[in-house]
Ligand binder design. Structure first.
Ligand SMILES: [Ca+2]
Length: 469
């Protein structure tokens, strides 16, 4: 099953240089983020000038930015670039290099462990103080912690706290002029509220309360992101002392959108209202490139050397009159190697209700409803979608059918993303059925599932009849 969220983080590459590493994690789909790194504090910018594009085939991707000052703190503003109206998020990067965390030592005693970690290549002095929550920022901080060079981490233990209460730790660097006052929240021992997609095939959100060792009640609200904090929280989850975790399922959400869950404890006075971002589910993305290597929507890789026109993907609810169909012409790459030809894509066609809407040719000529298109960008039809062309790519985004296509000139590659919530499990062709299960991707056009050993039988079943002459 495809599950889990993608995450954008930033960190110092090392503390010896001013290089920031921006990293996209947990990739199971193509995802593009735009971002901007500003010296903290900074308000959200109007434009995000940097971009990171994760590919379907890699687990993570890093981009390095040099020229920053590792003795300063930065804030990264970021948003998804490939969806409409994404929430603008922020990530705080402390100056190199410390992270302060706090946790209960165990839930049985009242000891809080405060930990300074990460790249302690220099002396770092942090002042902090632990307050029962809620508490406003104090004027002075009574405790000091000094991280020394060559130590990986530093711990301090503070006893005498009540594990049934929540605390806020205010902290500030003493050795940096005008350092911002920061805070971290320590929930009373020892639960966490999270939200995730149950599976990406349905719009069901699972809210889970974990690590229960006591009865605890949360109220929460799930809103489409971005959203400001609501006045009332209408949902409630009550964990019992005897269970390790508890899940509540909420149906009817759209797994192609991002949500924000606002939550607070219901059973304590003046709890802080906290946000939790649930990223949209990864978009099923299939890819065909080079001579040709295929990756299905569910991540199965295979090679298929055909010499005709084939269905890459189509609406499968009516296989004979599909509402949309994407086909590709595979032709020999080297005509002298007739016995074992390497093939590649020479053209990609998109049909909607049986009519050709778009055609991308190998010379990067691009046709909309049969008309050659020569600009660098245009609207397709009556707002049916958009197309952008640069030196290396053709980008197509259609609203109906909800498809994104990226043609890469150099590799004769086509990348297809299914953006609609109802397309998962309802498509078929050489890129499989996008139901999250890699085991059933070699389904022929007659519905019979074969194995990789019968790849030609599978591939030929998706040949467009009459295309071999
Ligand atoms: Ca599948």
């Amino acid at each position: 099953m495809i599950q889990g969220n993608f995450t954008l983080t930033a960190d110092w590459n090392t503390c010896d240089s001013g290089t920031i590493e921006v990293k996209l994690l947990n990739l199971r789909t193509t995802v593009i983020f735009a971002y901007e790194i500003l010296e903290a504090p900074a308000v959200a910018p109007n434009t995000l000038s940097m971009k990171i594009a994760g590919e379907v085939t890699s687990d993570s991707l890093s981009v390095f930015h040099s020229g920053y000052d590792q003795t300063k703190s930065y804030i990264m503003y970021y948003e998804e670039w490939d969806i409409s109206y994404p929430p603008l998020l922020s990530f705080f990067l402390n100056r190199c290099g410390f992270t302060l965390t706090a946790d209960w030592n165990t839930c049985e005693n009242g000891t809080i462990e405060v930990k300074l970690t990460k790249n302690l290549g220099a002396t770092i002095i942090v002042n902090y103080e632990i307050f029962e929550s809620p508490a406003s920022a104090p004027n002075t901080l009574s405790t000091e912690m000094e991280g020394r060079p060559n130590s990986d981490s530093l711990n301090a233990f503070h006893s005498g706290y009540d594990p049934s209460k929540s605390y806020v730790i205010y902290y500030k660097q003493r050795d940096v002029p005008n350092a911002p006052m920061l805070s971290l929240y320590l929930f009373r021992c020892n639960f966490t509220l999270t939200a995730d997609w149950n599976t990406c095939d349905s719009g069901t959100i699972e809210v889970t309360l974990m690590n229960l060792r006591t009865t605890v009640i949360f109220v929460y609200e799930i809103l489409e992101a971005p959203a400001v904090a609501p006045n009332t929280l209408s949902m409630k989850i009550a964990g019992e002392v005897t269970s390790n975790s508890l899940s509540v399922f909420h149906r009817g959400y759209d797994q192609t959108k991002s949500y924000i869950m606002y939550y607070e404890e219901w059973d304590i006075s003046h709890p802080p209202l906290l946000p939790f971002i649930l990223n949209r589910c990864p978009t099923p993305t299939g890819n065909i490139e080079q001579d040709p290597h295929m990756t299905t929507f569910d991540g199965v890789r295979y090679n298929f050397q055909g010499l005709c026109t084939y269905v890459l993907t189509q609406d499968c609810s009516n296989i004979h009159e599909p509402s949309f169909q994407v086909t590709a012409d595979f032709r020999g790459k080297y005509s002298e190697l007739r016995s074992k030809p390497l093939t590649r894509i020479n053209a990609v066609d998109v049909y909607v209700d049986g009519m050709q809407l778009l055609q991308i040719l190998k010379n990067d000529h691009f046709l909309i409803k049969g008309q050659l298109f020569t600009n660098s960008s245009a609207v397709i039809g009556n707002g049916q979608g958009t197309v952008k062309v640069d030196d290396e790519h053709v980008y197509v985004k259609l609203d109906s059918p909800a498809l994104s296509l990226v043609w890469t000139k150099e590799t004769h590659g086509i990348n297809i993303a299914l953006n609609g919530p109802n397309m998962r499990g309802n498509v078929c062709g050489l890129l499989g059925n996008a139901n999250g299960d890699p085991e059933d991707d070699f389904m022929k056009s007659d519905g019979v599932i074969v194995t990789k050993d019968d790849i030609y039988e599978f591939g030929d079943s998706w040949m467009v009849s009459g295309s071999c002459e």
